[in-house]
Design a protein around this ligand. Structure first.
Ligand SMILES: [Zn+2]
Length: 315
């Protein structure tokens, strides 16, 4: 008899866990495939990331030294993006919202059209196996770069991207600096997301949701510092797209056992379980479900309910 997702978790049957439909709605394309795939492609091994890194800065040090020199070009990007979609499919991901940083346009000679073509062909190539919804990614560090902001407006207008995400250091720019971009994306019907509250600041989570009129928050785990903010998120149905291993490796959280996703869930905040950067954190969505179960953070039934809720928007 075929087991259900709950039994697959209880029996620690990773092959079966992988076979059930899941979503990944917090993933950055440049680092979105397993490192081993890049190693095979390059024909050389890559130094592993340390198991604990000093926040975003620690991660960027590793990324800049080990990964970027190999992949920050058109061929590297296209290999990683294609490989990422295959990884997701093998993991049972049926909905993949993956962010494409606007700076990727710089890899293409004509700026945007070839970039759009590549993204649209990728969607088409795998459409039988996965619903790939390209997301436009914008770094807070680029808010003063007038050329990149101009390209971002064009990318919003293109209709290629279903959603928009903002990331990098929270203090690199306040949400107000990108408010006009978000207004435009909202007018176009794009889903609005931003990274906030990864390393603290419950009030900043609420403020960013309000200023940018966000639909969803990437991370947002700092909301546990305030019951009032959690209540507000729950009442406004603001979903937090959480990446447990990323939080542990970047020292935002001490370990999986004490991950705040439990507190968020208990306070009625909608949560999903995601990968962030597979190349660095090395845990697929199925692995993350397994880890949360093994650590006793959630029961198998609770994880199944989180999984089922995440599938609601699969079309
Ligand atoms: Zn992220």
């Amino acid at each position: 008899m075929q087991q259900d997702f709950i039994q697959a978790l209880e029996n620690d049957d990773i092959k079966s866990i992988k076979s059930f439909p899941k979503t990944d709605v917090h993933s950055h394309v440049m680092f979105s495939t397993h490192r081993q795939n890049v190693e095979r492609w390059l024909g050389q091994s890559l130094v592993k990331p340390p198991s604990k890194m000093e926040g975003l800065e620690g991660m960027l040090t590793y990324v800049g030294k080990i990964l970027i020199p190999h992949i920050r070009n058109r061929h590297g990007f296209e290999f990683v993006a294609d490989s990422a979609v295959k990884d997701a499919i093998q993991d049972g991901v049926v909905l993949l919202e993956i962010s494409f940083d606007i700076r990727i346009a710089e890899f293409y000679s004509d700026g945007l059209q070839q970039f759009y073509d590549y993204v649209q062909n990728l969607v088409k190539k795998y459409r039988q196996q996965v619903e790939l919804r390209p997301e436009l990614g914008f770094s807070r560090k680029c808010a003063d770069d007038t050329n990149l902001v101009r390209l971002t407006y064009k990318a919003i207008e293109s209709g290629v991207f279903h959603s928009i995400d903002l990331y990098s250091h929270q203090d690199a720019c306040p949400p107000e600096a990108v408010e006009p971009l978000y207004r435009e994306a909202g007018k176009r019907g794009m889903k609005l997301k931003a990274h906030v509250g990864e390393f603290g600041g419950a009030e900043e989570v609420r403020r960013t949701v309000e200023v940018l009129r966000l639909d969803e928050v990437q991370h947002g785990i700092a909301a546990i510092e305030s019951e009032e903010v959690m209540k507000w998120l729950a009442e406004n149905n603001i979903q937090l797209n959480v990446c447990p291993t990323s939080n542990v490796m970047l020292c935002a959280v001490q370990d999986i056992d004490s991950h705040p996703i439990r507190v968020l869930f208990d306070n009625g905040v909608p949560v999903t379980i995601n990968t962030d950067d597979l190349m660095i954190f090395d845990q697929s969505v199925s692995d993350e479900y397994r880890n949360l179960y093994q650590a006793g953070v959630f029961s198998a039934e609770e994880l199944d309910s989180i999984r089922r809720s995440s599938l609601r928007s699969v079309g």
